[in-house]
Design a protein around this ligand. Sequence first.
Ligand code: SF4
Length: 58
Amino acid sequence: MNENTTVVSRCDATSCRFNSDRTCTAGQIEVSMTAQKAECLTFTPRSDAQGTQPSAQQ
Ligand code: SF4
């Protein structure tokens, strides 16, 4: 058992342009590990999709 997986098998950041059906297509990413969570530094918001970015609107 190796827990140091280097390939992301599943990602819930569907607003990321590299996310295809919850699969990361970036190939190589940088992840920042903190005590409680992993934060992807390669995350890039989609520019071609609408409604995926949370925004405050009234
Ligand atoms: S680049 Fe990061 S945030 Fe984007 S799909 Fe891959 S793992 Fe997720």
